[in-house]
Design a protein around this ligand. Structure first.
Ligand code: 5GP
Length: 194
C-alpha cells in the first residue's frame, strides 16, 4: 500500500534495527484519512472471506480494526490487556509475550462477543514475532469460531512472525512489509534490491 509506505518513509523513526516508531500516525497520534484507506485496503483483501467479526487488541489495533470493520460492515471486538472490573464472567484468555515491553500479559475477550459461528478477521498494527496474533487466534479457537485471516498494517518481514503464521496455514495480509531497518532506514520487501 503505497500511501502507507510513503508515510512510513517520511514520518517513521527507526529506533533500532528491530523497532520502528510510527507515533505520528498510528501508535499515538492517529491519521484518520490514512486509517480510512487502511480499512478499505483490508476490506478489499478479505472481501471473499465471509468475515463476520473483526478481532483486534488494545490499544494500537483498535483504529485499523475499526476501519476494517466499518468497510466490511461487521462489529469489531478488542482484546483487553488488563482485566476490567466489569468483565468477570466467561472470559476467553491467552498469554501473550509483548515484543516491545518484554513482558507476558494475559489478554482477554468476553465469550459473548465471539460466537462459534463467527468467521473472524484478526487485525493488528505490527507483526514482529507473531505472539499477539497467535494469542488472538488462540482466543478465536477457544470460542469455537474460525480465524478467516490476519491483517497487519506493518509487517517486519525480517522477524519470525510472518513465516510462523503462514506455516500454520493462516491467510496473512500485510499492508507494508519491511525487509530491514538497518542503517536507520526502513527498506520495504518489494523495493529491496535482490
Ligand atoms: P509480535 O507479537 O508480533 O511479536 O509483536 C506485535 C506487537 O508488538 C504489536 O501489537 C505492536 O504493538 C508491538 N510491536 C512490535 N514491533 C513493533 C515496532 O517495531 N514498533 C512498534 N511501535 N510496535 C511494535
Amino acid at each position: 500500500m503505497d500511501l502507507l509506505k510513503r508515510k512510513i518513509e517520511t514520518e517513521g523513526r527507526v529506533l533500532s534495527n528491530q523497532v520502528l516508531k510510527v507515533d505520528t500516525f498510528l501508535n499515538h497520534q492517529i491519521d484518520p484519512e490514512l486509517m480510512v484507506e487502511i480499512g478499505k485496503e483490508f476490506a478489499q483483501r478479505f472481501k471473499d472471506d465471509k468475515i463476520t467479526k473483526v478481532l483486534t487488541i488494545e490499544s494500537s489495533g483498535i483504529a485499523p480494526g475499526l476501519m476494517a470493520a466499518l468497510e466490511l460492515h461487521v462489529p469489531v471486538v478488542f482484546a483487553r490487556k488488563r482485566k476490567s472490573l466489569t468483565m468477570v464472567n466467561d472470559l476467553l484468555t491467552a498469554s501473550v509475550h509483548s515484543f516491545t515491553k518484554n513482558e507476558t500479559n494475559e489478554i482477554s475477550v468476553s465469550q459473548k462477543f465471539i460466537e462459534p459461528t463467527d468467521n473472524v478477521l484478526i487485525i493488528d498494527d505490527f507483526l514482529a514475532n507473531g505472539q499477539a496474533a497467535l494469542g488472538l487466534a488462540e482466543i478465536v479457537e477457544k470460542s469455537g469460531a474460525n480465524t478467516a485471516g490476519i491483517g497487519i498494517v506493518i509487517e517486519k518481514s525480517f522477524q519470525d512472525g510472518g513465516q510462523l503464521l503462514r506455516n500454520k496455514g493462516f491467510k496473512v495480509e500485510s499492508l507494508a512489509q519491511i525487509a530491514s531497518l538497518e542503517n536507520g532506514k526502513a527498506t520495504f520487501l518489494d523495493e529491496a534490491e535482490v
